[in-house]
Design a protein around this ligand. Structure first.
Ligand SMILES: Cc1cc2nc3c(=O)[nH]c(=O)nc-3n(C[C@H](O)[C@H](O)[C@H](O)COP(=O)(O)OP(=O)(O)OC[C@H]3O[C@@H](n4cnc5c(N)ncnc54)[C@H](O)[C@@H]3O)c2cc1C
Length: 416
């Protein structure tokens, strides 16, 4: 009689989960992937969908199809709601219970509104394809409504776009909106002048891209100003409402407000009954396990880990490395080898600013700004698109969008 193979459940098919599963498929185990979405999303390109440069299918891939040929992988569409670590079980919102020998929780992160969840309605953040489509709808609709009003003699609408938060996502969004308004849209309207739209980036701290070296923050701010973004640092938002943002006594009218100011770990972190940091990330052991549970791993944005005195950042390469590491530890268990300690290999950080600008903080203290940094960003991101049938197709779509100011993704598909 065959002995039962270990059952591994991986929660979340983001960068961490997907990379764990890819390695696990080569082991003598049965893998179940549970995700509440049926697709893996390449989050670094979400803002290209939000700003109508790429279409959703170009940056997402059905999880089931990624593992079509891996016979020891079962993919389940479901939302994990509770864990029973002692009983080696978890429960889905859909009412189903699953049991495991090993559990890998890689449920990522979400937006944080710092106690003002009511702001979310007025200022959506960017995390999922649905968020990207909602942002696209709001931005395109803002231009349409301004044109309708102006063309029918009903006055001018201030076309102000306010982005709150000057981290990489805020910088990317602000740069892309400036490009859309000032370059892509300029010939499309007869009455309004999209190139006169204001794009305002508000950052509470003293500089944008605070996690980058200071010279690159300065460069990013200059590049943003060059493409017409108004950057305001040391500016704390105190209220967000329908059509406006307040900073103390000052109020800015806003056609579209976007939130890029805070990240919180998935609520699943707290359900693991383990110590968490202020963002709700699980403080894991050196082998990325939950303290007291050798068979339960946490990987990616949901894990809080300090490697040689430096916190591992919440970025895609860290999630990928953690996912692969976790699978390797399970392989070592099967081979009765001791567990290893996770070490993060930092290959640098990039942030893009509009159509052809970026900053790059690379190993050996190499800092690049401008077009060459953007080229590096472009090729790294296309190279990393996982599970997509044709990277060349995405690249050509993209190149076309950039050269010809493509129109096809500029559809408003939901007019709520
Ligand atoms: C707009 C944006 C731009 C970014 N740009 C960059 C960049 O340029 N470079 C970079 O390195 N990083 C970037 N990042 C960060 C990077 O995307 C994350 O670090 C990375 O996605 C983390 O991977 P993960 O696997 O931990 O989580 P995720 O990729 O977020 O995946 C989590 C998965 O878990 C699933 N899930 C969540 N909760 C449940 C549940 N209860 N039940 C079932 N499934 C669940 C989700 O559906 C999702 O598929 C960006 C992030 C965003 C949002």
């Amino acid at each position: 009689m065959a002995t039962a193979r270990p059952k591994v459940i991986v929660v979340g098919a983001g960068f961490a989960g997907l990379n764990a599963v890819r390695k696990l498929t080569k082991l003598d185990v049965d893998v179940t992937v549970v995700d509440r979405k049926n697709h893996h999303t390449f989050q670094p390109l979400l803002y290209q969908v939000a700003l109508a440069v790429l279409s959703p299918a170009e940056i997402a891939s059905p999880i089931r199809s990624i593992f079509t040929r891996r016979k020891n992988v079962e993919v389940l569409l479901g939302e994990v709601m509770a864990f029973d670590l002692a009983g080696k079980k978890l429960r889905l919102k859909e009412g189903v219970e699953l049991s495991f020998d090993y559990l890998v929780v890689a449920a990522g992160a979400t937006h944080a509104y710092f106690g003002h969840n009511e702001w979310e309605h007025f200022a959506p953040g960017l995390k999922t394809l649905e968020d990207a489509l909602e942002i696209r709808r709001r931005v395109l609709l803002a231009f349409e409504q301004a044109e309708l009003k102006a063309a029918t003699g009903n006055g001018k609408t201030p076309l102000n776009f306010v982005v709150i938060g000057g981290g990489p996502t805020g910088v990317e969004l602000a740069g892309a909106i400036a490009d859309i308004a000032h370059r892509y849209m300029r010939h499309d309207f007869r009455t309004i002048e999209p190139q006169l739209a204001r794009v305002i980036l508000l950052e509470g701290g003293p500089r944008v891209l605070a996690a980058f070296p200071e010279d690159l923050s300065v460069s990013a701010e200059n590049q943003l100003r060059e493409i017409g973004v108004e950057v305001r640092t040391n500016t704390l938002v105190t209220e967000v409402g329908e059509g406006y943002v307040k900073m103390g006594d000052e109020r800015i009218e806003s056609a579209v407000t976007l939130w890029a100011a805070g990240v919180a770990a998935s609520p699943l972190g707290k359900l693991l009954s383990a110590p968490t940091d202020r963002a709700g990330r699980v403080q894991v052991e050196s082998d990325l396990t939950v303290p007291g549970h050798q068979n339960v791993f946490v990987a990616g944005d949901l894990a809080s880990f300090t490697d040689r005195g430096k916190p591992v950042p919440g970025v895609a390469p860290a999630a990928i490395q953690m996912g692969k590491f976790v699978a390797r530890q399970i392989a070592r268990d099967l081979e009765q080898q001791p567990r290893e300690t996770f070490h993060y290999v930092d290959k640098g950080s990039l942030a893009t600013i509009g159509k052809s600008k970026a900053v790059a903080d690379l190993p050996w203290n190499i800092h690049i700004s401008g077009f060459f940094a953007w080229l590096a960003w472009l090729f790294i991101h296309v190279a990393f698109i996982i599970g997509f049938a044709n990277r060349l197709f995405v690249l050509s779509e993209w190149a076309w969008a950039y050269v010809a100011y493509k129109r096809s993704a500029r559809l408003i598909t939901d007019r709520r």
